[in-house]
Design a protein around this ligand. Structure first.
Ligand SMILES: Nc1ncnc2c1ncn2[C@@H]1O[C@H](COP(=O)(O)OP(=O)(O)O)[C@@H](O)[C@H]1O
Ligand SMILES: [Mg+2]
Length: 348
C-alpha cells in the first residue's frame, strides 16, 4: 500500500503543509527540530490512530490552536484523523475523530486501512528496556493486523483498571467482596486468554522465521490467566492491591547461544536484533494482511556504522520507504540517486 500524500493542519510544528510521496523511497532532510519526527509521527497516526511518542494527544495540537488535522491519501482511500482539545464542541475532555473516505469511523475500524512499520533509535528499548517495551511491541504489531486483538486489548485494559481499583480498595479494607470481582474476573480471563493465544502465535512466527541478519531464539515468558491462577494468587493480590497474573505481565526474551541478549549481547548484536525484529514485523504484516507496509526510518543513521547502514538500506527494496536524516552524507551516493529528496526548512 502506498501513501501518496499527507496534509497536516495545526499538527505539532506545522500550520498547514502537504507532502507528496513517490512509490519508492523518499528522504526527508532537515536540521534538528525542523519537524522531521513530527511528520513521521503524523504518518504513523494515519496507520495506527495514535502517536508513538505521547500519551496525551493534546500535545499533538499546534501550540495555541485547538484542532489538529491529518489527512492521508493512499491509492484508494482518504484517511483523516482529527484531534480536538477539551472544551470544544461541548465536550470537556479532548477527543479524536477518524474518517475513512469522509465517513466517520471508530478508532478500531480506522486502524487497518493503511500499515506502517516504524524504526527509530528508541526502538533499541525493545531489546534492552523493561518488559513493558516488549509488550508494547507485540501489541503494536498485533493491533495493526488483527481487529479481534485490538478489541480484546481494549476490553482487557479497561477491565484491568477497574479490577485493580477493586483490589486497591480490598487492600485498604483488608478483605475483598467476591460479588464485585465475579464480572471482572470473567472478563479478564476471557479477553486475557485471547491475547495470550494470539501473542503465542506471533512469537512462534518469529521463532520459526528465517533470520538473515541475526539468528536468535525467542521465548515467550507468559503470565497465563485462568480461574485457577486467580484463585492461587487471591491472597497475594489483596496484599499487593493489583492484579498479579495475566498478559499485562508478559515478557519475551531473545537468546543467542543460550545467553539473553538483553544482558549479554554486545550493543552491535542488540542493534542487529532490533533490525531483525523489524524485518520480521514487515514480513508478518504482509503475511497477515497481504499488504505491504510503508517503512518509516526516523533518524537512525547517525547512530549506525557503515555496515549497519548498508543492512538497513538493504531492507528498503520492496516497499515504500520514508527516511528522515539530518545529513545526506549518511546515505551512499549510489543509492541516493534513486531517491526522492524533500528538504525541510523552519516554518516562518
Ligand atoms: N504541539 C506543538 N506545537 C508547536 N510546535 C511543536 C509542538 N510539539 C512540538 N513542537 C516543536 O517541534 C519541534 C521538534 O520537531 P521534531 O519533528 O521532533 O524535530 P526533528 O526534525 O529534529 O525530528 C520542536 O521545535 C518543538 O518545539
Ligand atoms: Mg527527530
Amino acid at each position: 500500500m502506498i501513501l501518496k500524500s499527507i496534509l497536516l493542519q495545526n499538527f505539532r510544528s506545522y500550520s498547514q503543509k502537504e507532502f507528496q510521496f513517490g512509490e519508492d523511497t523518499t528522504i526527508i532532510i532537515g536540521a534538528n527540530t525542523v519537524g522531521k519526527t513530527n511528520l513521521i509521527e503524523a504518518i504513523f497516526f494515519v496507520a495506527q490512530g495514535r502517536s508513538f511518542r505521547v500519551d496525551k494527544d493534546e500535545q499533538l495540537i499546534k501550540f495555541e490552536k485547538s484542532v489538529a488535522r491529518i489527512k492521508g491519501k493512499t491509492e484508494d482511500k482518504d484517511l483523516e484523523a482529527v484531534i480536538v482539545q477539551g472544551g470544544m464542541e461541548g465536550r470537556l475532555r479532548p477527543f479524536k475523530k477518524y474518517l475513512v473516505n469522509g465517513v466517520s469511523k471508530r478508532k478500531i475500524d480506522f486502524i487497518g486501512n493503511f500499515f506502517a512499520v516504524l524504526f527509530a533509535p528508541s526502538d533499541l528499548d525493545i531489546i534492552i528496556g523493561n518488559p513493558s517495551k516488549r509488550r508494547d511491541f507485540i501489541d503494536n504489531v498485533l493491533s495493526q493486523v488483527d481487529k479481534d486483538y485490538r478489541q480484546a486489548l481494549t476490553f482487557y485494559q479497561k477491565g484491568l483498571r477497574i479490577r485493580n481499583a477493586l483490589l486497591h480498595k480490598a487492600k485498604e479494607e483488608g478483605r475483598r467482596s467476591e460479588k464485585e470481582f465475579l464480572y471482572w474476573d470473567n472478563l479478564l480471563i476471557n479477553q486475557g486468554q485471547k491475547l495470550t493465544r494470539k501473542r503465542e502465535d506471533f512469537i512462534t512466527y518469529l521463532e520459526n522465521s528465517k533470520k538473515e541478519i541475526l539468528n536468535f531464539e525467542i521465548f515467550y515468558d507468559k503470565s497465563a490467566i485462568s480461574r485457577e491462577r486467580l484463585l492461587q494468587y487471591k491472597e497475594a493480590e489483596v496484599g499487593a492491591g493489583v492484579t498479579l497474573v495475566g498478559p499485562h505481565r508478559d515478557d519475551f526474551y531473545i537468546r543467542i547461544n543460550a545467553n539473553d541478549i538483553r544482558y549479554f549481547g554486545s550493543r552491535g548484536q542488540q542493534r542487529l536484533a532490533i533490525l531483525q525484529l523489524k524485518l520480521l514485523e514487515l514480513a508478518f504484516i504482509q503475511e497477515k494482511t497481504e499488504e505491504r507496509s510503508v517503512l518509516l526510518l526516523d533518524d537512525i543513521f547517525s547512530e549506525l556504522d557503515e555496515e549497519h547502514i548498508n543492512l538497513v538500506l538493504g531492507m528498503i527494496g520492496s516497499q515504500q520507504t520514508i527516511i528522515t536524516t539530518t545529513h545526506l552524507e549518511f546515505i551512499p551516493k549510489k543509492i541516493l540517486k534513486e531517491m526522492a529528496v524533500i528538504s525541510l526548512d523552519k516554518e516562518k
